[in-house]
Design a protein around this ligand. Structure first.
Ligand SMILES: O=P(O)(O)OC[C@H]1O[C@](O)(CO)[C@@H](O)[C@@H]1O
Length: 356
């Protein structure tokens, strides 16, 4: 079974709002974050203008050139936008700005924020608290806050298969954790990895992005910054640093992690990585969209069905921040639809879903 891919239309939809409102704000935020030279300012101006019209050709991204940003698959349009934003700030070109993360100022500020310190102070070591911290750490990523403000209410878990997840993870072996955002999400992910390494896994492979993406997505440099910050006030910082040196915690940054397609199209080496793991844990909203396909699934479509193709046991820890939904019980869908709230995308609901 399949259904239509999400695009930026119709006007007023969640995807439309991201393209229409969030992306221009992001350009402004990036511009304000670092003292870029006039050539970069001009490139950012050009991108701000381009996103109101047609997609201009870019080597490797010709697939939808000449079309409106709103007509093409939303996942592709967003990924292309981030790729072009990095191009505009000289991220890929030889020169002084090469590899300078345009989102680093916001990521660093978060790592030094009182909220972050509060997270650490209240962190509890039991497994369910660690799982919940990792899940809800995804609630307000830095891109989401640009257009939606910080999600506050807690609508709770619409699906809670945490017991199935713990059963899966009880078997040792290698666990793959596909990270999402840095700082306030990555640190609880690392604390979860620390718990797994102590109790349930011989090794953990942490997948991060090879280059900046979706504002706050974690890179290797963010893992290192998080470990340093953690080491200042939590014993797990030292343990995890040692685990990295010993190869029990391994960081990978596969190019496909920034590709504009779902995991259905993943290359064989990545599929082998997932297939040979005890379990793969997918963090966050974007990974969820890529896992189940960025499509207008009826929200009751079984999670097992939309992930049947995935090469190995897989779990999703996701706060809901877009229109994609699957595996939601029918009575919950009826109740939430009747409430009139934007339950699919306002970041106050979450799921822990497992396909063993
Ligand atoms: O960091 P996450 O959880 O992947 O969320 C990414 C955000 O960006 C979006 O992909 C839209 O830009 C939303 O789905 C979500 O709000």
């Amino acid at each position: 079974m399949t259904t239509a891919e999400i695009t930026g239309n119709p006007p007023g939809s969640f995807a439309w709002g991201v393209l229409h409102d969030r992306h221009p704000k992001l350009i402004t935020q990036v511009r304000d974050g670092l003292p870029y030279p006039p050539t970069t300012e001009r490139a950012l101006d050009e991108l701000a203008e381009e996103i109101t019209g047609e997609i201009r050709p870019l080597p490797g991204w010709e697939e939808h050139a000449g079309r409106s940003w709103y007509e093409v698959p939303f996942l592709w349009a967003e990924s292309c936008f981030y790729r072009k934003l990095l191009g505009a700030v000289g991220y890929f070109a030889p020169g002084p700005w090469q590899s300078v993360d345009p989102f680093e100022p916001v990521k660093s500020a978060e790592l030094r924020s009182p909220e972050f310190a509060g997270d650490l102070d209240t962190a509890r070591p039991d497994r369910d608290a660690l799982l919940a911290a990792s899940l809800w750490g995804n609630r307000a990523d830095l891109g989401f806050r640009l257009s939606s403000g910080e999600a506050t209410g807690d609508g709770g878990l619409l699906v809670d298969q945490s017991q199935e997840l713990w059963s899966l993870l009880g078997e040792g072996g290698r666990v793959v954790l596909v990270a999402d955002n840095s700082a306030r999400e990555l640190v609880p992910d690392l604390l979860l990895a620390d718990h797994l390494l102590a109790d349930r896994a011989a090794s953990v492979v942490l997948h991060v992005k090879p280059y900046p993406y979706y504002v706050s997505d974690a890179l290797l440099t963010d893992v290192i910054a998080a470990l340093r910050r953690l080491s200042e006030s939590h014993p797990a910082g030292e343990r995890l640093t040692r685990a990295m040196r010993e190869g029990r915690l391994e960081v990978r940054a596969h190019p496909f992690s920034c590709a504009p397609w779902s995991y259905h199209d993943m290359p064989s080496d990545l599929a082998d990585d997932f297939a040979s793991a005890t379990a793969t844990i997918m963090k966050g909203d974007l990974n969820y969209r890529r896992l189940v396909g960025d499509r207008r699934w009826p929200p009751t479509t079984p999670f097992d069905e939309v992930t049947a193709y995935f090469p190995g046991p897989v779990a999703a820890l996701r706060t809901m921040k877009c229109d994609v939904a699957a595996g939601i019980p029918a009575d919950a869908v009826t109740r939430l639809d009747a409430s009139g709230e934007q339950w699919r995308s306002n970041g106050t609901h979450a799921v822990i879903q497992v396909r063993a």
